[in-house]
Design a protein around this ligand. Sequence first.
Ligand SMILES: Cc1cc2nc3c(=O)[nH]c(=O)nc-3n(C[C@H](O)[C@H](O)[C@H](O)COP(=O)(O)OP(=O)(O)OC[C@H]3O[C@@H](n4cnc5c(N)ncnc54)[C@H](O)[C@@H]3O)c2cc1C
Length: 396
Amino acid sequence: MKEIAIVGGGPAGALCGERLASQGFHVTIFDERLAWEKPCGGGLTHKAIQAYPFLLDGPQPKKIVRTAELISGCGRRARLEMSHPIVIYARKVLNGLLLDRAVAAGCTAVRSRVTSVNTDDPQVRLMAGGEERRSDFVVLAAGARNQLLPETTALGAMDLEMTLGYFVPTEEDIIKVKFLTEFEGYLWSFPRADHLSVGICAKMGQNPTQQLRRHLDQFVQEEKISMEGARFYSHVLPSPEAQTIRGRRIAGKNWAMVGDAAACVDPLTGEGLYYALRSGDLLAQALMEGQPQAYPERLRAAFSADLEFAAKIARRIFRGNFLGGAITTRMVQVLSHSPAFRDLIGEVFSGSQDYRSLKSRLWDQLGVTFVQFARSFLAPRAIIATPRQPRREPSP
Ligand SMILES: Cc1cc2nc3c(=O)[nH]c(=O)nc-3n(C[C@H](O)[C@H](O)[C@H](O)COP(=O)(O)OP(=O)(O)OC[C@H]3O[C@@H](n4cnc5c(N)ncnc54)[C@H](O)[C@@H]3O)c2cc1C
């Protein structure tokens, strides 16, 4: 197996191509746009930076953010200082960086739309820009909404989120995330090198688009974001259900899916960049070893089982109640009173804490969190009870 065709030159396809070409495979990447400003927050968590340090070390413009503000549905705010920063790219820059690396490793990048893929014969046949191309294996990396192979199952509404947002030419230094009550999704503001990506995501079909737009515009107003020169965007994002992560077929004898096409996205946070890169990497590794059939199992061992767990708890987190209030509101409340809880959620947020071991860590530090919460609740009363010192006038 020598000739590899990759449909889609986003993070998943470009990294897979780079890895394969550097090991002597003949790789052609087909992308209808090549490097472009894909609607996205562009945030890379610690696990992505750890696995692919060139994302932090390179000279490309990016924003390194250490502070995040979480806002509850009733407007309460809590700040997290993250020990590992989130690195935020404009997607045109990130895609360009990954495609340049793929080409430098030996890939051929072709700007062309692939309209059909046929994997029935020993050689794969695909139509790109009106021409038939052949390869030994095809990597499907064309994103969430592409069903190029008839034998694959398209992602349905239950496995997708709708996103709307604006790219706003303004500067900011912190990430903001706002939850809404009884709402499966959230609003965000992600600062980039010279602009903000502000947006809203919500489970497909649960809220009319106009309602999402209203929430988005209200958020922009509340956060006093100047909309001069803002550009609107809209896109779909996989938000896979547990059974989709477990049961959907993502590989065959001469094809495999990576990234959004394989629904490799965290259903709680919408993080997809790390999983796109990692799935491309894992598939390349399996192909290099001549074991493409091992790819789905490796994906599961690396992260799919964790994403499946996240899918099982997502609805409860966004819609559930605890002690008479929304879970997200309670979370923001506890965050603002307990440094230990803040540290833990900071780790979840920056991607250095997985979901499956989170439960036991939450139990382990429940006592500390409770004591800090109670102390902090009592402290303001103690301050109020203390007589105020007379204000000293500055000397002339
Ligand atoms: C609004 C929004 C915000 C997000 N924010 C974040 C975030 O902050 N952090 C994070 O980690 N993830 C985020 N994500 C998710 C992230 O954008 C995706 O998970 C990631 O882009 C997936 O990479 P990919 O390579 O699989 O697919 P894509 O990046 O979608 O790349 C697919 C490529 O295929 C090409 N293509 C499609 N069809 C064809 C065709 N027929 N022929 C040729 N080429 C084709 C496209 O041009 C595109 O370049 C966000 C997503 C959205 C929608």
